[in-house]
Write a protein that binds this ligand. Structure first.
Ligand code: ZN
Length: 138
């Protein structure tokens, strides 16, 4: 069961348009595009930072989980994602250790990654995302 790296850090923002100039133009990260992830009701802007990414997450509707987070917390780091080589195996291990997860099965995230969230109660307060590259690109 391999954890390869921090894949990305997800930051909740009210507006990508307002948030992007800092990360792209001041911090100087390479912006590689924006994608809508219907399933999670978010627009996601991607910025490269070394081998990892920063993802700016903007809600596309009021019942988006990101909209709820913004309301409660006013924005900021929403989750940290770690890249794993076998998400099913990794989730099975979580179950075996009786760790509380949000997703029991992987679902589709941005860039067609397979993703699953682990509950902050189990990770000392961080919403943790496991992600695995789609099989085709392996
Ligand atoms: Zn993510």
């Amino acid at each position: 069961m391999g954890v390869e790296k921090i894949d990305h850090i997800g930051i909740a923002v009210r507006s990508i348009e307002e948030a992007l100039p800092y990360y792209r133009d001041v911090l100087g990260l390479k912006y590689t595009g924006t994608e809508v992830v219907e399933e999670q009701k978010v627009r996601v802007a991607f910025l490269e930072i070394g081998e990892s990414h920063i993802e700016l997450l903007e809600p596309t509707s009021d019942d988006s989980p990101i909209a709820g987070f913004l309301e409660k917390r006013g924005g900021g780091i929403h989750h940290i994602a770690v890249r794993v080589d076998d998400i099913n195996e990794n989730l099975a291990l979580h179950r075996e250790k009786e760790v509380r997860t949000i997703d029991n099965e992987p679902r589709k995230g941005a860039h067609d990654m397979k993703i699953a969230f682990i509950h902050p109660k189990s990770t000392s307060g961080v919403l943790l995302e496991l992600c695995q590259e789609p099989e085709e690109t392996h």
